[in-house]
Write a protein that binds this ligand. Structure first.
Ligand code: ZN
Length: 315
């Protein structure tokens, strides 16, 4: 979660609450939806491309980002919401001339939301050789240690003003379940296996600050009464990379974007939008020739202890 609050009223795009149904489809209708989605994918991409050519921009469908959109054949829904990560990333592609060979092949940008408990878990995966978007994993997360009423107020206060509280209520699942799905996703990309454990293969998380993996995931694992998974033990704080590469300090995502002239897209403090904006900063760092290296590692023998690996760093 980016820590610096900035007023974004002209840029804030409030999503419409008029969206897919309250309940998820039955297995039968989901099968039909999947095959229909497949057939309509090309036309969705064409609509998207046309919209981008004319300078239009749409918010992502937050059912789609979680693999739960049932309206891929609904023209007005496709008109209103983006269903394609790739076109948007290509818009922000930078020149590849200065790209350095990297130790890591993949980077997983992560920007959690939720001060009390985690309420959103968004990840964007890019390759370091071409900087291209590869895949994403996005889930809204249902708190388990607070009362339903407290959770309702919390979500209303946080997501109500962004117009995404309904999709949160429709889709959120407990943190434990999110991790089970996330581990399947990691395994699909050959980044980690439950049987062998350990850190990610050829990949690392990239966060904006140390809060997400030093503090929040650590606390949430305690709240959810689970052991902190082995893939969360090290990460790259993009602010440390930024400081050491450009020789200037950035207090947060908004500062980095402003200094690099990267336009903000989406809603600040909606995790998936912040994650995509941090990904744009990361793509720019790679394009300018920065080397991405792990900046912080949690001690396996003493999980309360985190070692910071850069001399110059943002405290
Ligand atoms: Zn959709």
């Amino acid at each position: 979660m980016a820590r610096v609050r900035v007023s974004l009223s002209p840029l804030l795009f409030v999503r419409s609450n008029v969206s897919p149904p309250q309940t998820l489809p039955s297995i039968t209708s989901r099968k039909l939806t999947v095959s229909a989605s497949f057939m309509s994918r090309n036309s969705a991409i064409e609509t998207e491309a046309a919209s981008l050519r004319t300078g239009g921009w749409k918010p992502m469908c937050l059912y789609f980002t979680q693999g739960k959109c049932t309206k891929m054949n609904d023209a007005s829904h496709l008109e209103q919401f983006s269903h394609n990560y790739v076109m948007d990333s290509q818009l922000n592609a930078f020149k590849l001339n200065n790209l350095k060979p990297q130790d890591l092949e993949y980077l997983l940008v992560l920007d959690l939301e939720g001060k009390v408990e985690i309420i959103e878990f968004p990840v964007v995966m890019i390759g370091t050789r071409t900087m291209e978007f590869i895949d994403s994993f996005h889930r809204f997360v249902r708190p388990t240690a607070m009362s339903e009423e407290k959770a309702r107020q919390y979500i209303e206060g946080k997501y109500g003003k962004l117009g995404v509280d309904r999709v949160w209520h429709d889709t959120a699942v407990p943190f434990k379940n999110v991790l089970v799905e996330f581990e399947t996703w990691l395994t699909k990309h050959q980044l980690w296996e439950k049987e062998t454990g350990g850190s990610l293969h050829q990949a690392a998380f990239v966060t904006c600050g140390n809060w997400d993996l030093k503090t929040k995931v650590f606390q949430q694992c305690k709240t959810s009464r689970i052991k902190i998974p082995s893939y969360f033990m090290e990460w790259i704080n993009i602010k440390d990379i930024y400081l050491n590469f450009y020789k200037r300090r950035a207090t947060g995502m908004m500062t980095m974007m402003r200094e690099l002239g990267i336009p903000m897209r989406g809603s600040h403090h909606l995790g998936i939008d912040d994650t995509r904006n941090i990904t744009r900063v990361l793509q720019r760092l790679l394009a300018d020739g920065a080397s991405l290296q792990v900046t912080a590692r949690r001690s396996i023998s003493d999980p309360n202890n985190v070692n910071f690996l850069f001399k110059n760093r943002i405290v």
